[in-house]
Design a protein around this ligand. Structure first.
Ligand code: NAG
Ligand code: NAG
Ligand code: NAG
Ligand code: NAG
Ligand code: NAG
Length: 487
């Protein structure tokens, strides 16, 4: 099951966010561990879904008005600026000892076993400029593209939240507390090598929790109004046995009630929130966004579908291998980008160009359910094709349209396996008009899938960070309304 690389010099295959571990047993474990509490959580979860659907049945304008920030319409506090839309919401950012964030960045030479991460973490986490992008994107948008690593959300969220309009420096007035701990960056180095023990993998998280549990605002709320970003998939933090993969951070007692923003969540854990993987596009202004949307809308897409993934050896017999053969069989209408090794890990112009040229892109699960490629694909205005519900529909509810069929195609993988259908067969059933509508939906949602360049955010458009923070504040307000009161 678990393969900790014995030879740290060999990088794992590209989209390997972690070794394969039995997700189901992890879930089962947590169910039995927290049995009494799970009922409460399931209850909250179903309430959420109910609320979600109720809200969605209102017209958009009403929804905006009544639901986005309940407190801002109900109460206005004199003395607070009234144009910041914060209402009574105030975020306090802890000043953690720098060993938990900037100190980790300073060791960028030593954060994974193979190579320095200093380049990848440069430019406030966005990475080096995207050389080679000229000619693929409009000239004046090239500077908005970077070779961004997929695991940098901790840095991006930290920088942005320090500049957030609802940030307060007075903890007494805060309704939300942000813990700027670089959980994933701290862990990277210890994941792959057998030279390190489970204690090494847990150390930073343990120390952080000791620090946080000393804070009076944490003890006051049992952590319910606290949140943080964890820049890797949730399964990297859910080790239940010493010899298994990852750290046990999320299973530590102090983490129980803290909301976690993750690139892949456990759909059965209320406190896990899925947020988009960082992609290479970091618009500098509203105008960058609008121009990009127009650009991808007008692209001539010459290929029906495409598949970007590792195409070597070990995956030949899995589902990705099957998709690959579908693609190769339909070489008139499908294009493959070979991401063997780690060739696609920080984005390549070949991938971007392929997505820009394709009507649809295939998004099977990889070692985990999600992949950064979903976002690369959609940002390029290509329509994603999914084979597992957990790849996107159960992950990024705040960021994607509620009706999956409005922006994506779902194909039953068993029908592909037994040959009763083909990818091309399914995709060709959509009319031009249907495809246009789906693409328009994808394009509408691009702003919510990207992380803007300015630390203050964009002028009026809400990006992925804004949507995430609005969501957290809304959730903390709901928790209070539902009577989870600690004060
Ligand atoms: C989580 O919150 C509940 C109350 O909702 C509390 O009983 C429990 O002790 C909290 N857990 C931790 C670790 O603080
Ligand atoms: C797309 O193709 C059409 C017809 O072939 C052509 O007129 C148009 O200029 C092309 N658009 C772009 C952006 O290349
Ligand atoms: C690919 O094409 C060959 C020959 O037409 C066919 O036998 C094979 O089943 C096809 N494979 C897939 C996955 O469609
Ligand atoms: C990723 O970016 C780094 C620079 O940060 C570069 O050295 C490396 O070759 C890139 N990897 C790929 C596969 O392009
Ligand atoms: C293939 O699998 C699908 C879904 O499991 C099933 O409905 C269908 O009957 C199967 N077809 C054949 C030919 O086995």
């Amino acid at each position: 099951m678990l393969s900790i690389s014995k030879n740290p010099k060999t990088p794992p295959e590209l989209d390997r966010k972690s070794s394969f571990y039995s997700t189901n047993s992890v879930i089962h474990h947590s169910l039995t561990l927290h049995h009494p509490r799970i009922c409460l959580l399931l209850f909250i979860f179903s309430l959420q879904i109910l609320l979600f659907f109720t809200i969605r049945s209102f017209p958009l304008s009403l929804r905006r008005h009544y639901f986005t920030s309940p407190s801002s319409t109900l109460q206005h506090q004199p003395g607070l600026p009234d144009d910041d839309h914060c209402g009574t919401d105030r975020i306090f950012v802890y000043e953690l000892p720098t060993t938990f964030n900037h100190g980790i960045m300073q060791q960028c030479d030593d954060l994974n076993p193979w190579s320095s991460r200093c380049d990848a973490l440069a430019n406030d986490g966005f990475g080096p400029p995207f050389a080679g992008i000229e000619g693929i994107v409009p000239e004046n948008l090239a500077p908005a593209w970077f070779r961004t690593d997929q695991f940098v959300s901790e840095i991006v969220f930290h920088n942005r939240i320090l500049k957030h309009r609802c940030r307060t420096l007075e903890a007494e007035t805060a309704t939300a507390f942000y813990i700027p701990f670089y959980a994933g960056l701290a862990l990277g180095k210890y994941l792959w090598s057998s030279d390190y023990s489970s204690k090494d993998r847990d150390r930073h998280c343990q120390m952080m929790l000791e620090w946080v549990q000393d804070q009076s605002y944490y003890t006051r709320s049992y952590g319910w109004d606290h949140f943080m970003t964890m820049g890797r998939i949730t399964w990297d933090f859910r080790r239940s046995k010493d010899e298994d993969w990852g750290s046990s951070c999320i299973y530590m007692a102090g983490m129980r009630n803290i909301t976690r923003l993750l690139i892949e969540r456990n759909p059965w854990d209320y406190f896990d929130v899925g947020v988009p993987y960082p992609t290479g596009f970091h618009p500098r202004s509203d105008s960058d966004v609008l121009q990009w949307q127009e650009y991808v809308r007008n692209r001539n897409r010459t290929t029906l579908f495409c598949f970007a993934g590792a195409t070597r050896g070990s995956i030949k017999n899995d589902f990705r291998g099957l998709l690959l053969s579908h693609c190769k069989n339909e070489s008139d209408s499908c294009r493959v980008v070979d991401c063997g090794g780690s060739r696609c890990s920080n984005g390549t112009s070949a991938i971007l160009e392929t997505f820009l040229d394709s009507e649809f892109c295939l998004q099977p699960r990889g070692d985990s359910f999600t992949r950064r490629s979903i976002f690369d694909c959609m940002v390029a205005g290509s329509i994603p094709v999914f084979f597992w519900h957990r790849t996107a529909y159960y992950q990024y509810e705040w960021f994607l349209p509620g009706e999956p069929e409005s922006y994506s195609v779902f194909i039953d993988r068993n029908e592909l396996k037994n040959g009763s259908t083909s990818v091309r067969g399914v995709l060709e059933t959509f009319s031009r008009e249907e495809v246009r509508k789906m693409r328009e939906k994808v394009i509408d949602y691009i702003p919510k899938l990207v992380y803007a360049k300015p630390q203050e955010g964009l002028e009026t458009i809400k990006d992925a960070f804004d949507v995430a923070i609005d969501g957290v504040l809304r959730r903390f307000n709901e928790q209070e309304e539902w009577g989870f009161k600690w004060k």
